[in-house]
Design a protein around this ligand. Structure first.
Ligand code: NAG
Ligand code: NAG
Length: 298
C-alpha cells in the first residue's frame, strides 16, 4: 500500500511540476473547455419572448419564473414586477407590434438582445434587453428603448447594420474584450482622459451606428465636445453593467443628457484587441414617481 501511495504522490508531484512550468494564464492545452458553451435553448427562449410582443404567444413566458413570491424582477420601469406585469403588457400590445430580435448574445447566466422594433406602441424603436437566469429560469429583466431615426447617420450607416453573430472566442478573449471596453468607457467617456483614445482603437478606425455621429473614434469625441452647454450635452457618470460574448460587448452606463438622468446602452464589437464598431440607444430614466416597480433602471 505504501508503495502505491508513494507512486501516486510522485505522479501528483510530476503533474504539479508540469503545471508549474506552463506560462501563467493557461491551464494546459487549449481544449474546448476554454470556450464558453452557448446554451442555444436560452437564446431561443429569449427570442420567443421578444417575438411574443408581436405574436402574443403566451407559451414563450414558460421560460420566466412563475412563482410570484420569487417574482420576475422587472427593471423596465413602466412595468410591474412579476409574470402578470409582462403578460398584461403583452395583451395591451397584441397585434400592434413588429419585432425583429437582431443580435442575441449570452454571457454566463445572462442573455442580451439588440432588437429592431419596427413598430412598438405606434413607432419604431432601437431596443436592448437583458435577461438573467437562475436555476434554469428567467428571474430578472432590464430594458432600453430609443426611437429609431428615419435617416441614416452622417457616414450613411443604418443604426442596426453590421455583423450579428459573435465570433467564437475563448473565455479569456471574451474577458479581455469586456475589460477593454469597460476601461474605454471609464477612462475616456467618464473620466474624459481623451488623450488615451488611441489605446482603445486601431488608429481612428470606428464604424459608428449612433444615429447622429459619423465614423471614426475622434468624431465621437468631437460630437460630445460640440454638445457641451447645449440641451443635448452628454455626461457619463459610471458604468453599471458589462456583458460580453466573443467579440461583442454591451456596456450600460448611467449619465445625463442635457442634465436629465439617463441610461446609455452601448454595444461594441472588438477586433484584434481594439474597438471596431459601436451601436447604441440612449433613454432618459423616468422620475421615481412614474416607476411601476421599485427596482431601478440598473
Ligand atoms: C391578431 O392577430 C392574429 C394573428 O394575425 C389574428 O388571428 C387576430 O384576429 C388578431 N386580433 C385582433 C384583435 O386584431
Ligand atoms: C440550457 O438552458 C435551459 C433553460 O434554462 C436549461 O434547462 C438547460 O439545462 C441548459 N442546458 C445546459 C447544458 O446547461
Amino acid at each position: 500500500m505504501q508503495t502505491l501511495a508513494a507512486a501516486l504522490i510522485s505522479v501528483a508531484v510530476l503533474i504539479l511540476s508540469v503545471e508549474a512550468q506552463l506560462p501563467t494564464g493557461t491551464t494546459g492545452c487549449a481544449g474546448p473547455t476554454d470556450f464558453f458553451v452557448v446554451n442555444a435553448t436560452r437564446k431561443s427562449q429569449v427570442r420567443a419572448i421578444m417575438k411574443a410582443i408581436e405574436t402574443g404567444d403566451q407559451s414563450a413566458f414558460a421560460a420566466i419564473h412563475p412563482n410570484p413570491e420569487f417574482y420576475y424582477i422587472q427593471h423596465a420601469l413602466g412595468v410591474p414586477d412579476g409574470l402578470n406585469g409582462v403578460q398584461g403588457l403583452l395583451t395591451a400590445l397584441k397585434n400592434s407590434s413588429r419585432v425583429q430580435p437582431l443580435r442575441i448574445f449570452q454571457d454566463g447566466e445572462y442573455v442580451f438582445v439588440h432588437t429592431n422594433f419596427l413598430s412598438f406602441v405606434g413607432q419604431p424603436f432601437i431596443g436592448f434587453d437583458i435577461f438573467r437566469y437562475e436555476d434554469g429560469v428567467i428571474v430578472e429583466h432590464w430594458d432600453q428603448l430609443q426611437p429609431t431615426p428615419t435617416e441614416n447617420n452622417p457616414s450613411g450607416w443604418d443604426v442596426f447594420a453590421g455583423p450579428v453573430i459573435a465570433l467564437r472566442q475563448t473565455n479569456a478573449q471574451t474577458k479581455a474584450n469586456k475589460d477593454l471596453v469597460r476601461r474605454f468607457v471609464n477612462d475616456v467617456l467618464v473620466k474624459k482622459q481623451v488623450q488615451n483614445l488611441g489605446q482603445y482603437f486601431n488608429g481612428n478606425a470606428l464604424v459608428q451606428h449612433n444615429p447622429s455621429i459619423g465614423d471614426g473614434a475622434s468624431a465621437w469625441l468631437a460630437a460630445i465636445a460640440a454638445r457641451v452647454g447645449t440641451p443635448q450635452s452628454v455626461e457619463y457618470i459610471r458604468t453599471r453593467i458589462t456583458l460580453g460574448e466573443g467579440d461583442f460587448v454591451l456596456v450600460a452606463s448611467e449619465g445625463k443628457i442635457g442634465g436629465v438622468l439617463s441610461a446609455f446602452y452601448e454595444l461594441f464589437r472588438v477586433e484584434n484587441g481594439k474597438i471596431a464598431e459601436h451601436w447604441d440607444a440612449v433613454q432618459a430614466i423616468p422620475p421615481r414617481a412614474e416607476w411601476r416597480n421599485n427596482n431601478g433602471k440598473f
